[in-house]
Design a protein around this ligand. Structure first.
Ligand SMILES: [Ca+2]
Length: 191
């Protein structure tokens, strides 16, 4: 992930120190294990997205990873738990395999806990290569990020909620998803 970090640092240099260490909130380690989904989330997925199954460690093939990625294989996240939409209830971001328009694809799916039940959004989909190459992690609240893509106000801004970072391994082009004003926003970083 070194190359990605360098290019992000270039973009964020004006607002944050280069190579800023990860916050020691334990999110990476904590989420490196398979998250145990609550039963109500499992039931929701079975009902609403029956063709999808969660990506597992077996879906990554270390053979084609660079050595510096291989050593991080144990830390690759496929599932995250945080209050992404800020309603006080924990939500789940999941990398899942499923059929999209008749093709086997990977998808980044968020299941949000609502006052009554759950809601979900399919934030993105990716080609199902011979092995999964995406990994996801939580970026803690308070990060500064350039608003781009679908953001009408492309200025450096502070993300107030935990956001989801998607890193394509063996490639560059990290993507951030964050919730603001009742919807998801997608920002490309590290291009
Ligand atoms: Ca929530």
């Amino acid at each position: 992930m070194g190359a990605v970090m360098v290019s992000i640092a270039g973009i964020l240099a004006a607002a944050t120190p280069a190579e800023e260490p990860k916050k020691s909130d334990g999110s990476l380690k904590k989420n490196a294990q398979e998250l145990a989904l609550p039963n109500e989330v499992k039931q929701y997925l079975a009902e609403k997205l029956p063709s999808y199954t969660q990506v597992t460690k077996k879906d990554y093939d270390a053979i084609w990873f660079r050595p510096d990625n291989k050593k991080h294989l144990e830390e690759f996240n496929r599932s995250l738990r945080a209050d992404f939409d800020g309603n006080g209830k924990d939500d789940f971001a999941l990398l899942m395999k499923g059929q999209v328009d008749g093709e086997k694809k990977l998808a980044l799916i968020v299941v949000r806990a609502m006052d009554n039940g759950h809601a979900h959004e399919i934030l993105d989909s990716y080609a199902a290569l011979p092995a999964v190459r995406e990994t996801i992690e939580i970026d803690p609240p308070g990060k500064k990020s350039m608003g781009l893509a679908d953001d009408p106000d492309p200025e450096m801004k502070t993300i107030l909620l935990p956001s989801i970072l998607v890193t394509p391994l063996e490639s560059c082009g990290e993507v951030r998803y964050y919730w603001e004003k009742d919807r998801w926003h997608k920002v490309y970083i590290g291009l």
